[in-house]
Design a protein around this ligand. Sequence first.
Ligand SMILES: Cc1ncc(COP(=O)(O)O)c(C=O)c1O
Length: 489
Amino acid sequence: MNANLIATESTEPLYLQIADRLARCIRSGTLARGERMASVRELARQQGVSQSTVVQAYHWLEDARLITARPRSGYFVASRPSELPEPRQSRPGVQSRQVAMGELGREVLGLAMQQDMISFGAACPGPEMFDQERVRRTLNRAVQRHRDLLCAYPLGAGRVEARRAVARHALNLGCSLHADDVVMTNGCMESITLCLKAVTQPGDVVALESPTYFGFLEILQSLHLRALEIPTHPRHGISVDALQLALETQEVKAVLVVPTLSNPLGACMPLPERKRLAQLVAAHDIALIEDVIYNDLAEQDDKRRAVKSYDTSGHVMLCGSFNKTLAPGLRLGWVEAGRWGAVLRKIKDVQSGAQTAVLEIALAELLSQAGNEAALRQLRATVAARVDEARGLIAQSFPKGTRVTDPAGGYILWVELPGGLDAVALYEACLQENICIAPGQLFSTSPRFRSFVRLGVGGRWGDEHPAALRRIGAIAQLMLDETKLATAA
Ligand SMILES: Cc1ncc(COP(=O)(O)O)c(C=O)c1O
């Protein structure tokens, strides 16, 4: 490895620059599977950096499962399947659009949760992925100790114990929040809805990633807001350049993004882009609604840092929940709304009041337990192995020309099918065999993603799931063959 891995103009830490360049070489196959990496000493000498910088870069690559350490032999390129190309950056139109979502999103979610379904349709880990016993014990204890609260009316922004626990949790995101500014909600979607209500009026334009989570589009539709989709890269997330151009040429009231492990791309914005984004919204004096629901699932620490950590003017409204990482059944979320805190609090009071107090107390305790970090690490490792297995199966059994993302954490894969294959037709064909997937049409206001599917692999996982993934590939191949025959006839 003689190439220079450090860009003179970059403001990123040296170890990240080295890690990022090496990651690209591994993903593109320049560094092949099983190949020995340069020794720490060798690479440090070549790049003119300290050995500890190289060790940090190698640890980052290890966390990303791109290299593995072999005792007394050094580091080797891991055998993670990487031969599938990734989808290209999206190119949505420059006009905002009215949102007209049908019933398909709700149908997919309903079917995805059915017990008899082999499901890849939901973006939530299955119950067995959580530490159920710890949650049950903690909740029981909270009810025993605070039974009086069950019959008292909860008011205000939520229990102070929970708001403090959220503020402590936000330190992992690089943010120092004050518990007084945190409002507890009944999930991230409520947090986002409240933020949008605080900063927009019907008819306003909201910029978001393309593709984006269909739940966001449903919220926009219910509030009569227009969607402006911004080009988004499958690994680096929303294009800040394209967003800047949009903000300079049309009136946008808010930006809604998931900078870490976006849904469905699984993209993570690089740190300098996060900083630019915070500066951009401040310069335009508009709100950035930042969804950090998946940050704890990112494989590397630096990817967990929130855009909010760069916010010096209160323009970032931070929204999170513990429904993907701790206990979806508690249905608790939170929001810190920056300069719109007082407005948001009023809307929340009127809209839905406070949450169940004992649940908030249990949440605060769960977050402060030593076992919490260990449970998160376990969850990250389990879903990482799943994603590897699923990508391997897709490489083997989906039609030639298929593209798939390689997310740096989480359990969502975004798959582009070749030959203009219609994902809704594939969804319907799969349902005939009790297999549920989410068709790409759901994730945009336009039919741009009609040949994409989202596969969630964090749910229940038995022997039937790998077989079902192969079957989806076979059905897609059959549909392609039929189309070819029909066109030839
Ligand atoms: C990006 C994103 N935000 C929010 C949610 C839902 O959050 P909650 O269940 O906390 O309301 C989802 C669910 O899939 C999601 O993907």
